[in-house]
Design a binder for this molecule. Structure first.
Ligand SMILES: [Fe+2]
Ligand SMILES: [Fe+2]
Length: 488
């Protein structure tokens, strides 16, 4: 007995130590990104297990309170939750494994689930099962996390809606079809006004399915049919309200970057972009060109091209602090670096990355864009100042490692894309008489050098991706310089 008790003690200790280590690791890992004073730009980091277990307990309690506390309900609800959970976890593991590494996303999945179940119960209890906002929550998950998670939510929530309503097949199918229709549309959402279309689509899907069930004699007469039809249509309007209220809230609290947020950030009336246009026009033009190149390149490797475009708009905003120190803004031909030591020049160049992060935080720019600003130079060396230092100093102490950007290197494919687009745009701009071959050679040289230098060692980019990106960048730049290109 004593041995068993000791073993339990050791297991409990190990379990608590593991949780403590998880918390410590997650705090250390993102400490650099959490220096902001803005409450909403801070991420919430809770270990996965802390989100999952309370969610299961809360949902279980909610269901048995609703269905009646007796041993039959308790056992059947437990089996239903376990089966749904196993299905959900296996599917996520299969299709969207990376979500388990994102603690914020897990918290969001759990929180949305609890709110959805609560709303399902309220709808069923006080109005109608057909008003259950399953489609709204499936769509919200799809836009805040991913379409695949949205589809899984649609399946699970439709099953829960049916479970709460005596396993009614009509409730399951109406909820499921309405959800799938809107989840498949998530990529077309570009502005908040598009939520109205989502509401209309839910109403049409619900009406069609309810009518089908009427003709299958599922309902007791016209009165029940009309009742279900009315609430099925009202479900669309209810979804619009839910989306308008919850999406902006979760975008902020959980730092989710949705396409809608990206479109808002890409507006050239945004104060930061306006300032860049007026105070650093060269950088502004370079950013727009980089955005065109990065967007196309992101497209060919199936990454979020809108994020690439918007990230490129903001990648050099740190140059706003000292615009005249960057070649693209030197219109008078005077180069302030001529009067500085290479070490000073190096510091000024490095500072545009740090200044960019500070400016972005002050302007509540999303973390995904901040990552692009922070990593767009990786640990690339500043060859110009290194060689100048060699010429001026001429001693052995000058090391290229001291003339590198401090990093970090790109950790996501999208950042690597912006990095390549940025360097290729700047380099091709310097070609005096651009030809297709010169552009091709320049782009290949830049991408190869970055690869050999290990700039992509921390991101999951493949050689196949690099080849597709190289091809895309060459054709986009040739397209941009089409008028200037001398044909060989
Ligand atoms: Fe830069
Ligand atoms: Fe740049």
């Amino acid at each position: 007995m004593n041995t068993l008790f000791d073993r339990i003690k050791i297991w409990t200790r190990l379990f608590l130590l593991r949780i403590a280590r998880d918390i410590k690791t997650s705090i250390n890992k993102d400490r650099s990104l959490r220096k902001s004073d803005n409450l909403f730009s801070k991420e919430i980091k809770i270990p996965v297990i802390f989100s999952l277990i309370p969610t299961i307990v809360i949902v279980y309690c909610m269901l048995i309170v609703d269905l009646g506390i007796n041993y039959k309900t308790m056992i059947s609800t437990a089996i239903f939750i376990i089966v749904s959970l196993v299905f959900f976890i296996l599917q996520v593991q299969n299709k969207e494994k990376k979500i388990f590494e994102d603690n914020d996303a897990v918290v969001l999945v759990c929180l949305l689930f609890i709110i959805a179940i609560l709303m399902l119960q309220i709808s069923k209890e006080y109005v109608s099962a057909f008003l259950s906002p399953v489609a709204a929550f499936a769509f919200m998950t799809a836009i805040l996390l991913s379409s695949k998670i949205g589809v899984l939510y649609a399946i699970c929530l439709s099953l829960f809606a049916a479970f709460l309503n005596d396993m009614r097949f009509d409730v399951f199918l109406v909820m499921f079809c309405g959800s799938i229709v809107v989840v498949s549309n998530v990529k077309n959402i570009r502005k908040r006004a598009d939520f109205i279309n989502i509401g209309i689509k839910i109403a049409i899907a619900n009406t069609t399915l309810t009518t089908m069930f009427y003709f299958f004699d599922f309902y007791k007469g016209m009165v029940q049919f009309r009742y279900n039809l009315f609430y099925g249509m009202l479900n669309g309007a209810f979804a619009i309200v839910i989306l308008l209220v919850f999406i902006p809230l979760f975008e902020k609290v959980f730092s989710r970057t949705t396409n809608i947020k990206l479109i808002e950030l890409s507006d050239f009336n945004n104060p930061l972009l306006k300032k860049l246009m007026l105070e650093a026009p060269g950088t502004y033009h370079h950013s727009i060109m980089t955005a065109d190149i990065a967007e196309q390149a992101a497209n060919v490797i199936n990454e979020n091209s809108l994020l690439a475009r918007v990230g490129a708009y903001y990648h050099d905003i740190g140059k706003l602090k000292n615009p005249e120190y960057f070649i693209e803004n030197q219109v008078t031909g005077r180069n302030p670096h001529d009067s500085l030591t290479p070490t000073m020049s190096r510091l000024i160049l490095i500072s545009h990355v740090k200044d960019g992060i500070v400016l972005a935080r002050q302007n509540n720019i999303d973390n995904e864009i901040i990552n692009i600003i922070e990593q767009h130079h990786g640990t690339t060396p500043m060859h110009v100042f290194y060689h100048r230092a060699l010429e001026e100093g001429g001693d052995d102490d000058i090391n290229i490692e001291n003339f590198r950007y401090p990093g970090p290197k790109p950790t996501a494919k999208i950042t690597a894309v912006v990095m390549m687009a940025d360097s290729c745009e700047a380099a091709c701009r310097s070609i005096e008489e651009p030809t297709a071959t010169r552009i091709k050679n320049m782009v290949e040289k830049i991408i190869n050098n970055k690869f050999i230098d290990g700039q992509f060692s921390e991101c999951p980019i493949t050689l196949k991706d690099l080849d597709a990106i190289r091809y895309s960048i060459i054709s986009t730049i040739i397209g941009i310089y089409h008028a200037r290109i001398e044909y060989e």
